[in-house]
Write a protein that binds this ligand. Sequence first.
Ligand code: UDP
Ligand code: MG
Length: 321
Amino acid sequence: MSEMTARGSSDPRLSVVVPAYNEAESLPELHRELLEALNALGMSWEILYVDDGSRDGSDRVIEDLCRSEPRARGILLSRNFGKSAALATGFQAVRGEFVCTLDADLQDDPHEMPRLFAALEGGLDLVSGWKQKRRDPVTKRWPSKLFNRVTSMVAGVRLHDFNCGYKLYRREVVDALEVYGELHRFLPALAHWRGFRVGEVGVNHRARRFGQSKFGAARFVNGFLDLLTAAFISTSALKPLHVFGRIGLGFFLLGSGLAVWFVVQWLQGEPLRVRPLMLAGAACVLLGIQFILMGLLGEMIAHQSARDEYPVRRRFNLDRS
Ligand code: UDP
Ligand code: MG
């Protein structure tokens, strides 16, 4: 790892981001394990605890941890915004060249970090944990299998476990990702679509000891809807007219073709009558125009929010600013 992006000399090399929602009981134990694992890692580090509006005193626990360890930093969100929001908040504050995320509930084992690093050094930009032996109830494991299959197909990158909270990123990936809503489930897909190298390694997964899972059955419905969003924004965000315009042109050409056919018939002396096919043709023309206008509207939005930055995979001897 000799290639270094230019960063402040006091910046740590590794930033660990921990999103926490009502994890007061787990946090002190996690902190102990993290210190142990990080100090064994042999590189400078920081921990960023992001409290996602907890109601169980997690905020005070984080405050205490930060007081006792200056390399631990804390951000308390004003209320519960969801895991994606907590991660996005953490991502904005990281200073490290590498960013590791893990859940606060002790299900992810901090001592697995060297294995994630080994995979990253093998040439990846994002290494996702894979809970090979998952310590969760069956009601969670099976739907999750289906979810990962479908997401793999849509994303075009084959992973067993998209939604694992344990991940290691190169900083460039984190900088290029926009996480909101519940898109945290698709981070590997979003990164892959942006052109980064994504892979996975099996990690030790432990049963939840304290508290309870924050996601109920709604997660699966939302998960599939979000997949639609993720696929749509990443494939069409740049050129909405290419998506809507194609559909619109299809309808428009079909409708126009039908209209021309009726005109030709009329010219040949056939009396013009309102027929189902004629109505369908007219509907197609209108639909076509609608779709094209929708695409143009999308173009206007895309134009206004156009990022003048494209994802960069690595920088050498270059200042990020
Ligand atoms: N989490 C969060 N905000 C939320 C829900 C969860 O920050 O609104 C955190 C939670 O504290 C944990 C991680 O996200 O650190 C994963 O949550 P959980 O363990 O409930 O998910 P599961 O393991 O059931 O997928
Ligand atoms: Mg969990």
